[in-house]
Design a protein around this ligand. Structure first.
Ligand code: KG4
Ligand code: ZN
Length: 338
């Protein structure tokens, strides 16, 4: 059978990424992370789109070079159409359209949230793919959803956050504690060294499968204000315990809803995706679900959890096989739904 080469481009937030896949296998996966946002403690949209503009051509060039192919060998160009920051999406979308037009190959639009889920179908040795139907919990800096996945492109959101995303809960808690942005990885690292039951934060009461994280952020803020009033060194003296307790609470919230979703749907194949699925605590909690609830769980390889173009590429490949191509008059969509 024919060898299908796909170029994929991701620019929905603050990472400019490009990847080449051959029949669903990753040949190159290049990411230019934008350091500029660290000093602002969050992504600044205007700066993000400027940096994408700067990075996009070198990143695509590198992806092609690293894959050891020439651009003439490409069969299609896949790109993130949304959801994300409009200024960021526009750079990747415009570039992908022009590149596909120049090469006279099909253009393929990809939904970023579908890609976080379908990252599990990237061809990888020693990685099992989830069978349909399965539940996918997508946890990132912008989203928190539980999705019932009946087929590659048959997905239903059965629960989602009504306010902040779980990644924001990590990042905003970290900001209160004076940690750098994004704080998720550092809270994760420190959580391992602290006592998860040192402090308790009440979990939000939200009906059904929906999530809420804004109350937790406020609770943490008041807690820290109260404690530092009594002891100005409270944070520095107890940082690992604070991180462990915050992480423990967040994981509890996620696992409660996942358990409920599994119970309600009767589905025991459970996958996670998105930046927060890099978290060691959530990986462990999920794994424990295999013993406790008879689940089979699926966690993507670390490099395919945070934003990357390989996950866009696998969706591009699956759509290529179905002949699901996109017209040249397509526009980016900041609020694209699954
Ligand atoms: O998927 P992603 O790279 O970008 C979005 O689409 O949002 O997710 C980024 C989010 C950030 O909030 C970051 O703090 C969080 O993922 N994150 C983590 C970890 N690694 C990244 N959160 C907790 N533990 C981690 N190890
Ligand atoms: Zn993402």
């Amino acid at each position: 059978s024919e060898n299908i080469y796909i170029l994929a481009i991701e620019s929905s937030c603050d990472d400019t990424a490009a990847s080449i896949l051959l029949n669903g296998k990753v040949l190159s996966n290049i990411i230019a992370s934008q350091k500029i946002h660290e000093e602002y403690g969050g992504v600044v949209p205007e700066l993000a789109s400027r940096a994408h503009q700067q990075n996009i051509v070198p990143v695509v060039h590198q992806a092609i070079e690293k894959a050891g192919i020439t651009k003439e060998m490409l069969h299609a160009v896949a790109f993130t159409r949304g959801p994300g920051l409009m200024g960021s999406l526009l750079v990747g979308t415009s570039f992908a359209k022009s590149f596909a037009y120049g090469l006279q190959v099909p253009l393929i639009e990809v939904n970023h949230m579908q890609a976080h889920i379908l990252a599990h179908f990237i061809e990888e040795e020693d990685f099992k793919k989830p069978p349909f139907p399965f539940l996918a919990m997508t946890i990132s800096g912008g989203h928190t959803q539980i999705v019932k996945v009946s087929n590659y492109f048959e997905m239903e959101v059965i629960g989602e956050t009504i306010d902040d995303a779980v990644g924001e809960a990590f990042d905003k808690s970290g900001k209160i504690l004076g940690l750098g942005y994004p704080a998720g990885p550092e809270i994760d690292r420190r959580a391992k060294l602290g006592n998860p039951k040192a402090y308790t934060f009440t979990k939000p009461k939200v009906d059904g499968l929906n999530f809420s994280f804004s109350g937790l952020k406020t609770a943490i803020l008041y807690f820290i204000q109260r404690e530092t009033k009594a002891n100005p060194n409270f944070i520095s003296e107890n940082l690992n315990d604070i991180c462990a307790s915050i992480q423990y609470t967040i994981i509890g919230i996620l696992m409660d809803k996942l358990k409920l979703a599994s119970k309600q749907t009767g589905i025991k194949h459970i996958a996670i995706g998105g930046g927060v699925s890099a978290n060691k605590g959530i990986r462990e909690a999920l794994k424990n679900g295999e013993q406790k609830f008879g689940w089979t769980t699926y966690v993507p390889k670390f490099e395919f959890t945070t934003d990357n173009a390989a996950m866009i590429g696998i969706v591009g490949y699956l759509k290529y096989l179905e002949g699901a191509f996109t017209e040249q008059d397509i526009t980016a969509s900041a609020r694209l739904k699954i």
